[in-house]
Design a protein around this ligand. Structure first.
Ligand code: SF4
Ligand code: SF4
Ligand code: FES
Length: 512
């Protein structure tokens, strides 16, 4: 351990701790910086994180220094503040100051640091600034403004060290230096939009989010990406019922600070034109009251003969499906659906968020032929919960012309077309729930936006079905569902699902 003094207070940090991180902890906020990033190798190029270390002849950069026993460090002295101001002025010499039309405005390291440390009169006329390429499309999701770049090299290091794809580099020298893709190369790796997140200024921005919304208008909710079995933690940025973007939310056990581009685009499903917005009886829009009457007629007070549960459903919904149909009559499938290529970083070949939840509740997954056989053999109504299993040919064949098919789902497709009764249910961003990721980690997500049209929360639809079959107990709240669920699969008192731990919950022996 190293004992040191930072801004007149004594601290102790493990040997090898970066002085930058030690100062962050001591000050309660990071030192000014552009190039430092906790998940990238140190570059030490922006020179902003200057601190004064007693006994050293000059100021030093904290990001490239480790703590030493007996160090006395000053981070707010006049000398430090002056140096930071001068370096910032240097960074801004050629900056176009086009903040009003910059998507980064409101969350820009340059703006924030200028307000905190800069506040000087510029000595450079706008006309005298070096002009560079603006609005250059460099990949399917990313656009580059070279004039705004402060050459921190974070994006270059990300492509070299995290994805190993090396598309970006810094070319030329002096005030002509600029970041760019190599000739003939596109920034099109699976994780390209992380460069937008880590770019401290508005040099790399998202083509998808470009000019869509001023960031200070956005509200945020905590979500879990539904795009694959990894379950990256995300922040859902939304306003007035519309989601504008997903950003990675730090979880050291799952995704660190990254997420893939495909996952970021999953929010588009929420506002898709294919959403089911009203109950449908025989393909015709009906009210919930009429749908309930039809449901009662179809069930005749009995549980469905079979429940087919999707790995896209939440754990709570899966639990209620088992309660409703019974363990013997609850299956999932076809097991071959929603599987594509994965990669070595985060993206899993299993493109469903809760397949591990099926195993948690003992719901078997059937191959398409076996599922088609079960559908044909079921005598009585069949519940299909979520997903779209009729995208599989054999399953579609078994559903075709079948009476008594009840679909609790969110998007129109072959299953909705085959169903006698369609009950429109919320998607992940419109409800609270839990997904179990591929490692067995239970991760909670919040409702971000209101449910559109006559869409209802899935657990409520299933609880109502349960009450129609007379099966006790009735579930009056999501909390009650969760209590029933944990009592079934976890030792008593191990988890309160309404208070999920920040980085999720891993039951003993959960990892595979
Ligand atoms: S584009 Fe952004 S992340 Fe890349 S070097 Fe420039 S300022 Fe840094
Ligand atoms: S890796 Fe999977 S969970 Fe993570 S962002 Fe991509 S699709 Fe979503
Ligand atoms: S943050 Fe230390 S030199 Fe850039």
């Amino acid at each position: 351990m190293a004992k040191l003094t930072i801004d007149d207070q004594e601290y102790e940090f493990p040997d090898g701790t970066s002085l930058f991180e030690a100062c962050r902890e001591a000050r309660g906020e990071a030192l000014p910086h552009f190039c430092y990033h906790p998940d990238l190798p140190v570059a030490g190029v922006c020179r902003l994180c200057q601190v004064e270390v007693e006994g050293m002849p000059k100021l030093t950069i904290a990001c490239n220094t480790t703590v030493r026993d007996g160090m006395v460090v000053h981070t707010r002295s006049e000398k430090v503040n002056k140096a930071v101001q001068q370096i910032l002025e240097l960074h801004l010499i050629n900056h176009p100051v086009d903040c009003p039309i910059c998507d980064q405005a409101g969350e820009c390291g340059l703006q924030n640091q200028y307000m905190q440390y800069g506040l000087y009169e510029s000595k450079v006329e706008i006309q005298a600034k070096v002009k560079k390429h603006k609005a250059k499309v460099i990949g399917p999701y990313v656009i580059l403004d070279m004039e705004r770049c402060v050459l921190c090299s974070r994006c270059v290091r990300f492509c070299n060290e995290v994805t190993g794809t090396g598309e970006l580099g810094i070319f030329n020298r002096g005030d002509r230096a600029e970041v760019d893709v190599a000739p003939g190369v596109e920034l099109d790796n699976n994780y390209s939009m992380n460069t937008v997140d880590i770019c401290p200024v508005g040099a790399l921005t998202s083509r998808d989010f470009r000019f869509a919304k001023r960031v200070w208008m956005l509200k945020s909710a905590q979500g879990v990406c539904p795009g694959c079995a990894t379950g990256c933690n995300v922040r859902i940025d939304h306003e007035a019922g519309r989601i504008y973007r997903l950003k990675p939310r730090y979880n050291p056990e799952v995704n660190g600070r990254w997420m893939c581009d495909r996952g970021r685009m999953t929010y588009k499903q929420v506002h898709s034109e294919r959403r089911l917005l009203t109950p449908l009886d025989g393909g015709k829009d009906v009210t919930w009251a009429a749908a309930r009457e039809q449901l009662a007629r179809m069930l005749e007070g009995k549980p469905p003969a079979l429940a087919v549960v999707s790995p896209h459903a939440s754990l709570e919904e899966m639990f209620l499906a088992v309660k409703l149909a019974g363990a013997e009559a609850t299956v999932s499938g076809p097991a071959n659906l929603d599987r594509e290529d994965g990669d070595d970083l985060l993206l899993d070949a299993d493109r469903t968020p809760n397949r591990r939840g099926l195993a948690t509740l003992g719901i078997p997954e059937l191959q398409s032929g076996a599922l088609a056989d079960r559908l044909r053999a079921a005598s009585g109504p069949v519940l299909v919960l979520g997903g779209d299993p009729a995208r599989d040919e054999a399953v579609a064949g078994a559903m075709e012309g079948r009476e008594g098919l009840i679909f609790v789902g969110d998007h129109d497709g072959p299953t909705a077309q085959a169903a006698q009764l369609v009950l429109p249910a919320a998607v992940w961003a419109e409800k609270a729930g839990v997904f179990v990721n591929r490692m067995g980690r239970w991760q909670g997500f919040q409702q971000a936006v209101a449910r559109p049209g006559a869409v209802r929360d899935g657990w409520r639809i299933l609880a109502e079905m349960l009450s129609l079959t007379g099966a006790a107990p009735a579930f009056e709240s999501l909390r009650a569902v969760r209590r029933g669920l944990t009592a079934k699969v976890l030792p008593e008192g191990e988890l309160d699902m309404d208070r999920m731990p920040e980085f999720g919950f891993m039951p003993a022996g959960g990892e595979r």
